[in-house]
Design a protein. Structure first.
Lengths: 699, 124
């Protein structure tokens, strides 16, 4: 346990302040050391954030975010590192703490640098620089310059890097900051070394060492400078001097038990002996370095040492050993390259897949062009790697296979790209085709329901026409009889007959109108919806379509039969609807209901089953509820969600368009109504239409 | 002999009563009416002792004319009622089914009342 921080709520604010200070500092220190209990540290960081928020101390809040970010750095999740730094950035900006804000930018720069995003890192650096300039923070300005120098080094802009180092040096000279000044000198020396300006480099690193020695700095601070000086001597081919430097490094590393320092020093010494052609000595150091690297688990620099070992063995004439280490070297190198390629490949794969899944077709166009750019970049990188590979390792026997694999990978990438583009074009085409087909189907759904009606209409018209014919015929006969009675003088009988004739004429009129209504209904159904609501007798409309649907089915399937039950609410006056549209809905629901009972009947083949379709209307406050119920087999639970989707049908191909219910749903919605379904497996299905009455047109 | 007319159309009753008003007056024919297959069976139960001629439509909601025919021919052995079916023209399927179920005679829609009158008198 760190310190007991429980019970802080009872403490005074001042005490809390001190607690936070102690806590944050202790966490910062812990984060610098190898961490044993990472989760515990994490908990404490969260605690420090909570405490800072409680006493509203922004400085410690920001510092806590720094710690949280740093903690994630140790856990190698760079995204989280940046994520928490952005928190810190926001808080520092909001609370106007420019120094902490600048510090945040520098931390972000470092995070970007770790990921190799040098452009972003530079941007962060410049932000920090600007802030430091504003607040005239000289030390900060110098630090920013030094950081820029380092970044430029990574981007191989050594001249610029060296210039920025000089800027930093100029400032740091005026301040008493030997450590920072030495770092700037060292960075400058590194740049100059690469620029092959060895004399200048040597002078510069000597200055760094002098500054540190004047300030009585620790040996550990000096070690890196000795290393750089050794490197410079190496390139100047002053091998003995180089070895002296590296041996200093070795001693310091050994004294401070720095594994990494020892490895680097051993490797460097081995390399110098190799360059001096002192191969026996070289081998000893190199192999020791290899051994330690393997033990350390961090394979950095391993392959170089393999190469040095191979070179040394070759010089000693031990060709078998030389070949063995050359193989080890090439394997390590390829391992690295393959890792990079795999990473690229999987990134591409992820992008492809997510694009395929999530993008709509239109969006895909944009994505593809973006992807093409990304891909070209990746292909470019991959191609560069290929060239690099070829140039560096053409002596290795299996280079051909590796190159083939790389070329294959490239062509696979290109093929994937082509395939995706092809698929996209096809998808676009089929979408257009689908849209056209959908329009056709909506039209044919209207026509199909009209077809279902026609047979019903024929039957429905036939009955009234028969009555018209029969009653007119019989009336004709009765007029003859009436005349006979008048001639006989039986006026009483004549009057009775005349009354009956009058009744018949009423019947003729009634059945004529009935036929008329049916024809009108048919015309209305086939006519395009006028889109205007009109007061409609819902009972009549429902009853009409009920019988039309029934006789329509009967006409198609002679053996079909069902019990019809109706219960119309007499209190229901007219309802404002578009009659053709609502008629279409009712017809569709009836047709489905009849289909359901017919299906159950044909499956059961039982005399006990009484196929029944019932309809009812009911006035509920200012709404009308129309219920259409069948005692068929019900809708399976897995289909319930889909029945209102367009093109969903369980009927055999050609029997249903799958548009009926989806159109019905749309029509009822357009009437501000509701279409609901209730069903029980094996027992019934009930559709309920709820429509607002809103009799605005009638009184 | 009683004639039981089975049809779901209410006005069929009015029509028959007028078409056969003379015969009814002279008590040559006696009519009963049912508006569904079920009602027809009820009516038949109430007159089990009498000889009956049934004239039934086929297309009716609920029990169809054919089902009614089947039940009558199966259950009413003595005295066996004469069953005459009214079919729509060109409706071969129903015609054949009715014949198989034992229908005694057929009429096609629209009903020719002169022909019907002859048939009824002939049967009686």
């Amino acid at each position: 346990m760190l310190i007991g921080f429980n019970g802080f709520s009872q403490n005074t604010s001042a005490e809390n302040q001190m607690d936070i200070e102690a806590l944050v500092l202790s966490i910062s220190e812990q984060l610098e050391l190898p961490i044993n209990d990472s989760t515990h540290v994490h908990q404490n960081i969260l605690k420090s954030i909570r405490l800072s928020e409680q006493v509203n101390d922004k400085t410690y809040l920001i510092k806590s975010y720094f710690n949280l970010s740093k903690w994630h750095e140790n856990n190698t999740t760079l995204d989280s590192v940046l994520y928490y730094l952005e928190y810190a950035e926001r808080v520092s900006k909001d609370s106007k703490l420019p120094n902490l804000e600048a510090e945040t930018y520098l931390k972000k720069e470092d995070a970007y640098k770790q990921r190799g995003e040098y452009g972003n890192a530079m941007a962060e650096d410049f932000k920090a620089l600007e802030l430091y300039e504003k607040t005239n923070n000289k030390q900060g300005i110098a630090t920013s310059y030094t950081r820029l120098c380092d970044l430029l080094y990574y981007q191989q802009k050594y001249e610029d890097g060296s210039d920025y180092c000089q800027k930093a040096i100029d400032i740091q000279k005026t301040l008493n900051v030997p450590k920072e000044l030495a770092v700037s000198y060292r960075y400058k020396a590194d740049n100059l070394l690469i620029l092959e300006r060895y004399d200048e480099a040597l002078k510069t690193i000597n200055k760094a060492i002098a500054v540190l020695k004047d300030a009585n700095s620790e040996e550990t601070d000096l070690a890196r400078n000795y290393n750089t000086r050794g490197n410079i001597y190496k390139y100047m081919e002053r091998y003995d001097d180089a070895i002296t430097e590296y041996k200093k490094c070795y001693k310091i590393a050994k004294d401070h038990n720095s594994e990494r320092g020892i490895i680097v020093a051993l490797a460097n010494i081995g390399h110098i002996y190799r360059l001096q052609n002192k191969n026996e000595e070289a081998i000893t150091y190199t192999l020791e370095a290899i051994d330690l690297i393997k033990k350390s688990g961090n394979i950095q620099n391993l392959k170089e040492n393999y190469m040095h070992a191979s070179d040394s063995y070759e010089a000693l004439g031990q060709y078998k050993k030389a070949l063995e280490y050359e193989h080890l070297y090439s394997d390590a190198r390829f391992g690295e390259l393959e890792q990079i390629i795999e990473q690229l490949e999987s990134e591409l794969q992820i992008k492809y897949e997510s694009a395929k899944k999530d993008e709509t077709i239109e969006e895909q166009d944009a994505t593809i062009s973006r992807q093409r750019k990304t891909q070209l970049l990746y292909i470019g990188i991959a191609a560069l790697l290929g060239v690099f590979l070829f140039g560096m390792y053409f002596t290795i026997k299996n280079i051909k296979n590796k190159r083939k694999a790389l070329a294959l990978l490239n062509s696979e990438l290109a093929e994937n790209q082509e395939a995706l583009e092809g698929a996209n074009t096809k998808l676009k085409q089929s979408l257009e085709e689908l849209k056209a087909t959908q329009n056709q189907l909506i039209q044919s759904e209207k026509m199909a329901s009209l077809g279902e009606l026609t047979a019903g209409i024929a039957h429905e018209i036939q009955n009234p026409m028969n009555f018209v014919n029969n009653f007119s015929e019989v009336s004709n006969e009765m007029i003859d009889e009436m005349n006979e009675e008048i001639e006989k003088g039986d006026l009483k009988e004549a009057k009775i007959i005349a009354n009956e004739i009058k009744q018949n004429l009423e019947k003729i009129n009634y059945h004529g109108k009935r036929a008329d209504d049916i024809v009108k209904g048919m015309l209305q159904h086939s006519r395009k919806s006028t889109g205007t609501k009109e007061p409609t007798d819902m009972n009549k409309l429902t009853d009409e379509y009920f019988r039309l649907a029934y006789h329509g089915l009967r006409a198609k399937d002679k053996s079909f039969n069902a019990y019809l039950e109706s219960d119309f609410d007499e209190n229901l006056k007219t309802v404002d609807v578009i009659p053709q549209d609502i008629g279409r809905v009712i017809l569709n629901l009836f047709t489905n209901a009849f289909y359901a009972v017919e299906e159950k009947k044909s499956i059961l083949e039982s005399e006990d089953y009484k196929p029944t379709v019932s309809v009812s209307t009911k006035k509920v406050k200012d709404h009308v509820l129309i219920s259409i119920k069948d005692n068929g087999n019900g809708i399976p639970q897995e289909n319930i969600d889909k029945i209102f989707q367009p093109f969903f049908t369980t009927k055999p191909t050609g029997k249903g368009t799958g548009l009926g219910l989806s159109m019905s749903y749309d029509i009822i919605k357009a009437h501000n109504g509701e279409l609901k379904v209730k069903t029980e497996k094996g027992n019934y299905t009930e559709f309920k239409i709820l429509l607002p009455i809103t009799n605005t047109l009638t009184s | 002999m009683k004639i039981l007319v089975v049809d779901d159309e209410q006005d069929v009753k009015t029509l028959f009563l007028q078409r056969f008003r003379k015969e009814i007056k002279k008590e040559e024919l006696e009519f009963m009416f049912a508006f569904s297959g079920e009602e027809a069976l009820e009516k038949l139960k109430s007159i089990t002792q009498e000889a009956v001629l049934i004239l039934s439509d086929i297309n009716m909601p609920g029990m169809s004319g054919l089902q009614l025919l089947e039940i009558i021919k199966k259950d009413y052995i003595a005295p066996p009622p004469v069953v005459m079916m009214v079919t729509a023209y060109g409706d071969e399927e129903n015609y054949n089914t009715a014949k198989r179920l034992g229908a005694d005679d057929f009429l096609t829609k629209p009903v020719d009342f002169k022909l019907l009158k002859d048939k009824l008198i002939q049967n009686i």
